[in-house]
Design a protein around this ligand. Structure first.
Ligand SMILES: *Cc1c(COP(=O)(O)O)cnc(C)c1O
Length: 232
């Protein structure tokens, strides 16, 4: 299967999931997660008409971005954790930062965006699972973070994102998706600009769409496994 075939298949599956959920397919964007894969996969998806991409490391994307200047209408979001010493580069390279989880990072991104004369959309990553490896702000700290971010004029929080524990069974993720949506809905009374919900990956995006996702982040189903081939 080519990347173009995979894109067509997944876009069709997204449309079906929207239809089942009684939603318009224009409400859900597909983000192609190209991390770890070579820059050529981005070219191939772009040639097939795709424009929204997710990368999870600033350094990796900095290397790739040197080859991407012809793709001016493509949009690249940072979906991985951001260290404070990389906020300047991140603000410069990415169109949006989708995994902000502290006031310190938000303030640094705001300062960097201001210096670049740029207004940067961001998502707040919420940690809903108790796994050590997961990032994000605790749900009980979300309102305080959004309130503290209000004076920051060069970044705008436009939604929430989460990464549930991985499971073969997509139903395991459903309560996490539902909880993120509930948090967005309750926060939106005070912060109406929070419209987006970035949730759902290769194996559970249909469930995420049923629960209100507005952006599904799909890597493996589009570009194949990120694991190196097993040694012979
Ligand atoms: C890698 C990654 C994805 C894509 O996961 P797949 O299971 O390969 O679709 C989505 N979101 C984040 C934050 C990621 O790091």
């Amino acid at each position: 299967m080519s990347i173009a075939d995979n894109l067509a298949r997944i876009n069709h599956q997204i449309a079906e999931a929207c239809h089942t959920a009684g939603r318009s397919e224009t409400e859900v964007q597909l983000m192609a997660v190209s991390k770890v894969h070579p820059v050529e996969v981005i070219f191939e998806a772009y040639a097939a008409g795709h424009r929204l991409f997710g990368e999870n490391r600033v350094q990796e994307f900095q290397d790739k971005s040197q080859h991407l200047s012809n793709l001016a209408d493509a949009s690249f979001h940072l979906i991985g954790p951001l260290q404070s010493n990389k906020t300047g580069k991140a603000a410069e390279l990415f169109n949006a930062i989708d995994a902000v989880d502290s006031l310190k990072i938000a303030q640094r991104l705001d300062a960097a965006a201001k210096a670049l004369n740029k207004r940067l959309p961001i998502l707040i990553e919420v940690k809903l699972s108790h796994e050590e490896s997961k990032h994000g702000v605790a749900p009980e700290d979300l309102t305080a973070l959004l309130t503290a971010m209000q004076p920051l004029e060069s970044i705008e929080a436009v939604g929430l994102m989460t990464v549930p524990p991985w499971s073969e069974d997509a139903e395991v993720a459903r309560p996490y998706f539902r909880e993120l949506r509930r948090l967005r809905d309750t926060s939106a009374t005070s912060f109406p600009q929070l419209t987006q919900l970035s949730m759902g990956m290769s194996n559970d995006f249909a469930v995420a769409i049923q629960e209100g996702s507005t952006c599904v982040r799909v890597g493996t189903a589009l570009f194949g496994s990120r694991k190196p081939p097993a040694a012979i």
